[in-house]
Design a binder for this molecule. Structure first.
Ligand code: HEM
Length: 347
């Protein structure tokens, strides 16, 4: 070997080793190297069954990609399978049965108890129960709620319940319509809901009289109706648990799903969907109870929200404390005569 060879030889070996080391450090630190070895070995030992490759893909660990963006370097997000199992399993099953049971319970209550009617004769003297803002807020929430409930239930249960009955052509059309209505009416529902909370929060604050109402379920199953303020404890329960808690939960989770452009991860959207699904079943179940009491269940309740006025007898029988406060002048409420006189003065 020449002198030159004697010098260049070891340098080349050292350089090659250094380069190999650097490459290794860049691509395969520790466990990564082991994984690669496992995968290569499995390809030889059990071709077509490369579990280590799939284990790594399913690990959700970020890999390399040239596509920029949140989570584009995660090939398969395994918790998506857990999400699907929850949505298509317990949420659909328990949610569905809950709604069936609530409908049957309401029908049973109606046949056993019947409509809650007025006992005394109407006086003809009317008291204003809901002003213009109250009614606009209530009815816009009620209408958008029904649209959200029907379209949401079609999205959740349609494939299971409707598709086998109406077939692909009709169901595809109905599902697309429901999805678009749900997306566009959602923000209107949120605005109406906020207006409803503002309109009714003050008279839904807890009072001592609510405890007695709760203890006897308001006397709904017989006996005298327990005296209450403008709203009784049952109505307050619907307001706080339904309108406020579930309403806001549905709005927040709905917005997370509706606007995926805020860089939220798939896991966040899956969680939002699960909370939205559970919330929907509870909200619709409570909503059915509220709709029943506001229409068939209590004579005069629907008219109150439609016209804004109730008869004095109605006020006394259903909300005695509120009626007494109006009579004593503690609460200023318009009477129909008063409203007419005011209108005449203005013209
Ligand atoms: C009364 C209130 C609401 C009810 C009862 C309701 C009900 C539902 C139901 C049952 C689903 C189907 C869930 C599934 O298939 O996994 C759903 C999906 C959805 N909801 Fe709602 N929802 C309500 C309010 C809202 C609001 C306020 C928004 C948005 C502002 C919203 C946005 C969405 C979105 C984006 C989806 C996903 C639809 C899809 O699968 O592509 N929802 N809703």
């Amino acid at each position: 070997m020449s002198n030159l060879g004697r010098i260049v030889g070891p340098i080349a070996v050292i350089a090659a080793l250094a380069l190999a080391g650097a490459a290794q450090a860049q691509t395969a630190p520790g466990t990564q190297q082991q994984l690669i070895q496992q995968q290569q070995q499995r390809r030889v030992e059990q071709p077509l069954n490369n579990a280590p490759v799939w284990k790594e893909v399913r690990s959700g660990r970020p890999q390399f990609t040239s596509i920029p963006g949140r989570e584009t370097n995660v090939l398969i997000q395994s918790s998506g399978q857990t999400w699907r199992a929850l949505r298509d399993g317990p949420i659909t099953q328990y949610g569905g049965w809950l709604l069936v049971i609530v409908v049957l319970a309401i029908a049973g209550f109606y046949f056993v108890r019947g409509q809650i009617k007025l006992h005394g004769a109407p006086t003809g003297r009317m008291i204003e129960r809901f002003g213009g803002f109250d009614r606009v807020a209530h009815w816009s929430t009620a209408i958008t709620f029904c649209v959200m409930a029907v379209t949401g239930l079609i999205i959740l249960f349609g494939k299971l319940v409707l598709l086998p009955v109406i077939g692909y052509t009709l169901f595809a059309w109905l599902a697309a319509l429901s999805k678009n209505l749900h997306n566009f009416v959602g923000p209107l529902f949120i605005l109406s809901l906020l207006a409803t909370i503002v309109a009714f929060v003050r008279d839904n604050l807890p009072q001592a009289a609510d405890l007695k109402w709760i203890a006897t379920a308001g006397g709904m199953f017989g006996g005298r109706e327990v005296p209450s303020g403008r709203f009784n404890a049952g109505e307050k329960g619907w307001f706080w648990i339904g309108v406020v808690i579930l309403g806001i939960a549905m709005s927040v989770t709905g917005l997370i799903m509706l606007f995926p452009n805020f860089d939220q991860t798939r896991a966040t959207m899956q969680l939002a969907n699960i909370v939205h699904g559970i919330g929907a079943a509870l909200f619709v179940a409570l909503g059915l109870g509220h709709i029943y009491m506001g229409t068939l269940g209590v004579q005069g309740a629907y008219q109150a929200m439609r016209t804004g006025y109730v008869d004095e007898t109605w006020a006394k029988e259903h909300h005695q404390l509120w009626h007494d406060d109006i009579k004593s002048g503690k609460i200023q409420a318009k009477t129909e005569e008063g409203a007419l006189a005011q209108m005449q003065r203005q013209h």
